[in-house]
Design a binder for this molecule. Structure first.
Ligand code: ADP
Ligand code: ZN
Length: 733
């Protein structure tokens, strides 16, 4: 750009406005404006906040409106490469550039207000005032600390509010105020201190490779380490070195409320340099975290997927923990990005080293490692005496033949007995919410579906209500059949509430807690349950897939999977992969201490490869088999997919819009891109809207991208229909 001052800024908007608009930069604001800075402008007679995404000397449009205001303090100017990343996201995921800024340019972010708190400083001791012995002693203790002390800091030193007031009165302490940024609750709660271990050989080798990588800024690493192999220690040491070298660090975790232990470990090891971004944060907390990173006061961010988008000063290292996790993909709104893939692109653009870690890598990442696109690092064993647990697979058909119709096989019951009698803890997984998953009248066959969606209503016993898990519709559970007035309504299908009730009746003296979406609503919900189980205030933790994620409970000797095949037959080409990952991850919760752990997997399909491979802890076996099927069908990672979903109240119009889309694709790209559908989506109706999907499949990305771009720009979507484009889709329902 040279020495000339840019006169025009292109502005994108985070909300429902497509495209980028040019505005004139008034000389008075020129110094404050940079790429990525929030700016206020007038658009369609409204004042709006947007983001300056490009600066230039002129615009093809005459008579531009001026920029009205700028929030310079919220963004650094060194972010041209970050804007490049956002442009890549908008282009690759086929959405408006402004949408990529959505997490940052919200009202509360640009209209920041800080909190003021009282701080205390030791006054000049030149004229020593008359102090009591106790006061003098306290003052001496406080003098040992540099700078301002907050009330909390004084408290921690054992100084009461009363004492503080007395010292202020005598002039020994000076009270002033300071503006601070609020900290996310999780962090404030963690203590500090060192967690430093001696890495064992495999860990050290992995760390050395990453450190070397930080010098060559080459291709990303895939750290494939079995559950409990000490990946987190490798992350911590790599982050420590990056920070020591003055670099910034991003660490992505799937869901913060499920991984409080991981955050606490980073905090203990690395100290007060961490900002957190999570999904249950208030707007204010999120803004504060961002501000700390933008200003460089915090240099490491741990966060969920949107943390990959935040500005970090001098970024040097990006770690994606549990890289296979599907929560990295934003499926429900634009930009429909996958934070893991964005991490790889960001690493390339900002010359940062990328480490993807998992015990069960996604097929995409493992394939990249096997073609040399990523560098593979292996951790094959656990620390010390700990080993992977022994897995027993139980065929539930066999149990039925032996006339056992309960949720627990004889073997699992016996092992629970064994664990409890030894004072050990048990985790039981059943990945289905509610009590009963379908109701049917025995007399007339009437069944209960949501009036707005094409799904069954789920019975929730605590509230005696039927609920739709898709749209939130609820009604009272019936006592009489509404169709025939019959009294024999059967509550069929097992949900986790029913399992919990059965386990409680079977083991009456055991203390049981349940962890699922229904018991973890509200702030701290997960943390409370995890904390209680950690403190051994419960013997059995019954949970949905939440219990499989990254938790570390040394007291757990046994993990039971009540029904391993839920999800195995969903209409999703990743169904087997998801099942394998879930089983491997939950199995990894056992045997973390020095004693041998055990896993019992109950299933109706004991010969399913995903179940068998998880039972054998054999990732390679699973991968080899699965990858050849993907190859045959041209599915990722051996092909690219884009899913287009249209929805609306007029079914025929929805279907015909997608037929038109399919024609656009077949007419010009038919040789290279296959259009599957349109056909009704797996959830064919949601919230009174019919849903159709069109799946586009290609061996290579370029023609697919062109075809989708043509659909996006060429197809006129009627106002009553919503059309969503999902590149690299994860949700196939
Ligand atoms: P992962 O992240 O791969 O699941 P963790 O880092 O949680 O594994 O390690 C599992 C357990 O083993 C933890 O309790 C951890 O402290 C311990 N551990 C791993 N490596 C070491 C080591 N080098 N020295 C001491 N303890 C270790
Ligand atoms: Zn519904």
């Amino acid at each position: 750009m040279g020495q000339t001052v840019p006169k025009v800024a292109s502005v994108a908007f985070p909300m429902a406005i497509s495209g980028v608009y040019d505005y004139e930069i008034p000389p008075s604001l020129a110094a404050a404006i940079a790429c990525g800075v929030p700016v206020q402008v007038e658009l369609r007679k409204r004042k709006l906040w947007g983001v300056a995404v490009r600066l230039k000397d002129s615009s093809p449009i005459a008579c531009l409106k001026p920029i009205l205001d700028v929030r310079k303090d919220r963004w650094s100017d060194a972010d041209a490469s970050l804007i490049k990343l956002y442009e890549w996201i908008a282009s690759y995921y086929q959405c408006d550039l402004g949408r990529v800024f959505r997490p940052f340019v919200r009202k509360s972010f640009v209209e920041a207000r800080e909190k003021t708190i009282a701080v205390f400083r030791v006054g000049l001791p030149a004229t020593p005032p008359a102090l009591t012995a106790k006061q003098a002693e306290t003052l001496a203790a406080l003098s040992a600390h540099d700078g301002d002390l907050t009330r909390e800091a004084c408290n921690r030193l054992g100084v009461s509010a009363h004492m503080l007031a007395a010292l202020c009165d005598k002039g020994a302490l000076v009270k002033t105020t300071r503006t601070v940024l609020r900290e996310a609750g999780e962090l404030a709660a963690c203590g500090e201190g060192e967690e430093r271990v001696t890495l064992f050989d495999e860990q050290q080798a992995a760390l050395d490779a990453v450190l070397k990588g930080m010098e060559d800024a080459g291709s990303p690493f895939l750290l494939h380490g079995i559950t409990g192999s000490g990946k987190t220690h490798v992350y911590i040491e790599a982050a420590r070195r990056a920070l020591d070298a003055g670099k910034g660090v991003i660490i992505l975790v799937p869901e913060i409320s499920l991984t409080p232990q991981t955050i606490a470990r980073f905090r203990r090891a690395l100290g007060d340099v961490i900002a957190v971004i999570h999904s249950r944060m208030s707007e204010g907390e999120r803004r504060d975290s961002l501000a700390e990173l933008v200003t460089g006061r915090k240099r490491l961010v741990i966060g969920v997927r949107s943390a990959i988008l935040v500005p970090v000063v001098n970024l040097g290292l990006i770690i994606v923990d549990e890289e296979h996790d599907h929560s990295y993909k934003q499926s429900d709104l634009d930009p429909r990005y996958n934070a893991r893939d964005v991490a790889v692109m960001r690493g390339r653009l900002q010359h940062a080293t990328v480490v993807l870690g998992s015990a069960t890598p996604s097929l995409e990442s493992y394939r990249n490692a096997s073609t040399g696109k990523y560098r593979l690092l292996l951790l094959t064993r656990r620390h010390g005496e700990a080993v992977l647990p022994r897995v027993t697979i139980v065929d539930m058909k066999e149990e039925h033949r032996e006339n056992n119709w309960t949720f627990l096989s004889r073997h699992l019951s016996e092992r629970i007995e064994w664990a409890l009698s030894g004072g050990r803890q048990v985790i039981l997984l059943l990945n289905r919410r509610g009590f009963s998953t379908f109701l049917i009248c025995k007399d007339c066959g009437h069944s209960y579906t949501c009036p707005h969606c094409s799904v069954n209503l789920i019975y929730h016993k605590p509230e005696l209500r039927l609920k739709c898990h898709q749209c939130g519709y609820e009604e009272d559970a019936p006592t009489l059949c509404p169709a025939c007035k019959g009294e024999q309504i059967k509550f069929k299908g097992t949900g986790i509430q029913k399992a919990e009730e059965y386990v409680a009746s079977r083991f009456p003296s055991a203390r049981i807690i349940r962890m699922d979406q229904d018991t973890t609503r509200g702030k701290g919900g997960h943390g409370d349950i995890i904390g209680r189980f950690e403190r051994r205030e419960a013997d059995i933790l019954v949970g949905t897939q939440m219990v499989a994620k990254g938790l570390n409970f040394p007291g757990v000797a046994l993990v039971g999977v009540l029904q391993a095949d839920i999800g195995l037959h969903f209409p999703d080409f990743r169904a087997a992969e998801k099942t394998f990952q879930l089983l491997s991850q939950v199995a990894g919760r056992a045997g973390r201490a020095d004693s041998l752990g055990e896993v019992v997997v109950q299933t109706y399909f004991p010969d399913e490869p995903a179940v068998r491979a998880a039972g054998n802890h054999d990732y390679q076996e699973f991968y080899n088999r699965e990858i050849s099927q993907r190859q045959e069908l041209g599915y990722p990672p051996l092909g690219k997919l884009v899913r287009i979903v249209a929805s609306g109240t007029h079914e025929a119009a929805v279907a015909s819009l997608l037929s038109a889309a399919a024609r656009v694709v077949s007419d010009r790209w038919g040789a290279l891109v296959t259009a599957l559908g349109p056909s009704p989506a797996a959830f064919a109706k949601l919230k009174n809207e019919y849903r159709y999907s069109l799946l586009l499949k290609a061996r290579s990305a370029a023609p697919l991208h062109e075809a989708v771009a043509a659909v996006r720009s060429g197809l006129k979507v009627p106002p009553a229909i919503r059309m969503v484009i999902d590149v690299d889709p994860v949700n196939m329902m």
